[in-house]
Structures are given as structure tokens and as C-alpha cells.
Design a protein around this ligand. Sequence first.
Ligand SMILES: O=C(O)CCC(=O)C(=O)O
Length: 283
Amino acid sequence: MTDTFSDYVDCTPLLDDREALDRFYDEHGYLYLRGALDRELVRTAAEQMLEGLIALGHAAPGTTLDTLTIESFEAVDEVAMHDYVKYDDLWNHPSTHKVWEKVFGGPVFVFKSTTIRYYPSAAGRPEPSFLTPLHQDGFYIGPNKDFRTAWVPLLPTSRGIGGVALADGSHKKGPREHVVTENFRRFGHPVRGIPAEEFGADEQLLFSPMEPGDVILFHAFMCHKSIPNVSVDPAGMRMSMDTRVQPASSHRGFNALTPWPESAKDPSKGIMSKITGTPTTTE
Ligand SMILES: O=C(O)CCC(=O)C(=O)O
């Protein structure tokens, strides 16, 4: 696998062309929409994340989004942070639903589970283990696979700040084998990813800088991974959030219905059962 990236293609001009939008999604497995979300709503979520980091003692009072940096992602109480970031106000705002409905061609349900990310620069240090290895969300989330992951930056991202890289068209091969990768851990457990040798040399990774208001949606079988924050001069924060969206009429599984702070506590259900290797009682 190579770590040179091509850009995501901007699909915003296709938003009002149902056929072209679906054709692009079927072929590439993603839709990158620039400036599609209300920037004020995204800014509010960023401010709330900042407020949480200050309230929990990881940034000094008076810190702004321009000056924010924290020592470590892992030192922050992730469950407590969820009380500050009112992401459902963004995900379920009428203006956001209008975008989802154009993407899906009908009414949608937004998952109650959202992951919030506030990653300081790790320049010059080993790659942080809380990042994600190459994987498919459909390996971890189900039982239905008709959801799409929605990933939004709360602050501008760049090659240095990092974000998420997608393997163009990789969804077309369907579900892939995931094996334990010791380098990537969550809640102290090694996380499963797609082995490098299973990933074709011809599978092109995409990554582009993103701005608040942009959103990238991708297929449950899209192979994707974290790009670390290695920013220097200036070293900036990576702040982003991701959730999953599915047709309103589809079955609602465990991760669809369970807020992140609750699901993070239960090693026998949803994503956690896949991470801990606990036999699944509910997916
Ligand atoms: O934001 C990231 O670093 C990775 C995102 C990811 O893996 C996901 O949304 O499933």
C-alpha cells in the first residue's frame, strides 16, 4: 500500500442529479460534498468541543479554537466529553436532513452513536494507537449494511492535521477479512484491521484537505483508515466527528440505537464485542 494520496472528487455539483449521484457512489463508494452543511452549526459543535476540553481541565480558560492544543487525546475522559458536544443538533437539523435526503433519495435515520475526535499533533512520535487501521465499518457495525458513514471536520484539515483516507472503489469487493493489529488499540484491546497483503497495490487511497461545512459519506464496505496528526509550525488540532446514516425504513441495530457513551461500556454488544472478541449478544 502506498501513502501517496489522490484527492477526493467534489460531488457537490451532482447533488441535484439523482442518477449521476448514484452512479458516482456505486462506482467509487463515497460522496464528498463541499460546504454542504451549515457552517454555523458546525462551528457550534467545534465550540462545544473546546468548551468540554476547557471544562475538563485540558485547556486553559480563554483558549480559542485558533490557539487550542491539548497534551493527549487519551488523557481526556471521552465519555464526559459527550455531555458537551451536542452533535445530534447538527446531525438532525432540518438543513442537514435536506442534505442526507438528497444523498439517500428519501428519509433517513441518523445513528445515535457518534465518535468525537480531538487529536493533538503527534509529530516526531510513534503513530498513536487510538487511530484506526485500514478497516470497513461494515465489519464492526450491523446487522444491516445499508448505512453510510458521515465524517465531518470541525476545524480545517490538511495532510499534516490528518483525517480519514478512503480506498477509492474498494467497497465493490464486499466484506473483507479483518485481523488483530497490535499497533492499534481501543479501550486497551487490539483492534482488527485489513492486513496490508490483502489490500491490492492498485487500490488507490484518497485524501483531501477539508473545511468545516464539508462532509464525506462512504459505504459500509469502503476500506478506510485514520491519517495521523503530524502537523508542525503550526501544530494544529484535528477535530472531527463521524456517525452513520441509513434509510429511515431500515432495521435499526445496536449502534444505530445506542448513544456512544452507553455502547462504550458494554463489551458484549455492537462494536465493542468485535473489539474485545466477546461473543456478540446484540449487533
Ligand atoms: O477519523 C478517523 O481517524 C478515522 C475514522 C474512521 O475510521 C471511521 O469513521 O470509521
